[in-house]
Design a protein around this ligand. Structure first.
Ligand SMILES: C[S@@+](CC[C@H](N)C(=O)[O-])C[C@H]1O[C@@H](n2cnc3c(N)ncnc32)[C@H](O)[C@@H]1O
Length: 264
């Protein structure tokens, strides 16, 4: 397993250098106040001020720092050293008080102490993780009783497509084995001069929800959306409301899901 994580960590370290310069992440406008969070997670978590919030797979911390700007006491976690270093620098530059920890999310219980009101993770998360049983244990471990877990991510049905070939190419459920690809460019900059090997896993919705339930979490809300807030896959079409869709609009392919749970 370590070989897979090492390969992916290298990929994310290199991607971070391109992402910080990309239009997609729009770092300059973020620094002057642009809110990078989407209505989906803003509506779901509401007023976060004064709450402790653990952000898993925080990348270089834009969303984490936004929650901090909104008054949450934020800890962001990612295994990319480059991403964590940039997040820490941005925190200092913006005069915020977020904390950032470099760790594999599946080993976080060995690298961080404390309990949180909210555990948050979003858009491009479980696909990098082979083991959602361990992931759910980590989430449960860090949540206070009564605390909230929230995830918004790309729908496993959307991830079945080869978006270039416009064909269904991947299984819905986890096969236990990783898929491997060499990605050219990155979702945030398709022309970036990089060709990077990656390992990823597919997880159906029940693969995601059941381990959370088995670790003391109760479902309080579940939504599916027929469009995405991000233009991050090939061949997506923009909508007038700023969202994007893939495929035939009349098929209403699910693009994003959002799960909210309460730790009992
Ligand atoms: C698509 S990004 C996160 C998305 C976030 N919404 C964003 O765009 O800023 C995925 C992140 O997961 C991190 N990651 C992947 N596998 C990980 C692991 N096993 N442990 C911790 N972080 C991991 C990567 O370093 C990357 O920063």
């Amino acid at each position: 397993m370590q070989e897979y994580f090492d390969t992916n960590k290298k990929l994310w370290d290199i991607k971070t250098d391109f992402h910080k310069e990309s239009e997609f992440y729009d770092l300059e406008n973020f620094k002057t106040g642009k809110n990078p969070l989407n209505k989906i997670e803003l509506d779901a978590l509401g007023d976060v001020s004064g709450k402790s919030l653990l952000h898993l797979q925080c990348h270089f911390g834009q969303d984490s720092l936004q929650w901090a700007r909104m008054g949450a006491k934020v800890t962001g976690v990612d295994f990319s050293s480059k991403a964590i270093e940039l997040a820490q620098n941005l925190n200092t530059e913006l005069g915020l008080d977020a904390k950032f920890v470099e760790s594999n999310v599946l080993e976080l219980d060995q690298n961080l102490e404390g309990k949180f009101d909210i555990v948050f993770t979003s858009y491009g998360t479980v696909g990098w993780l082979p083991d959602l049983e361990k992931w759910a244990k980590v989430i449960s471990h860090f949540l206070k009783p009564g605390g909230t877990f929230f995830i918004a991510d790309f729908h496993p049905v959307l991830l079945m497509f080869d978006w270039d070939k416009k064909e269904l190419s991947y299984p819905y459920f986890n096969t236990g084995e990783p898929f491997t690809e060499v990605e050219e460019g990155t979702y945030a900059d398709r022309d970036a001069p990089i060709q990077l090997k990656e390992y990823f896993w597919l997880h159906g919705l029940s693969d995601i929800i059941r381990p959370l339930m088995a670790n003391g979490m109760q479902l309080t809300d579940f939504q599916e959306f027929a469009e995405s807030p991000y233009n991050c896959f090939p061949n997506m079409t923009p909508l007038e409301n700023g969202m994007y869709y893939y495929g035939k609009r009349e098929l209403k392919i699910p693009h994003v899901y959002a799960i909210k749970m309460k730790k009992v």
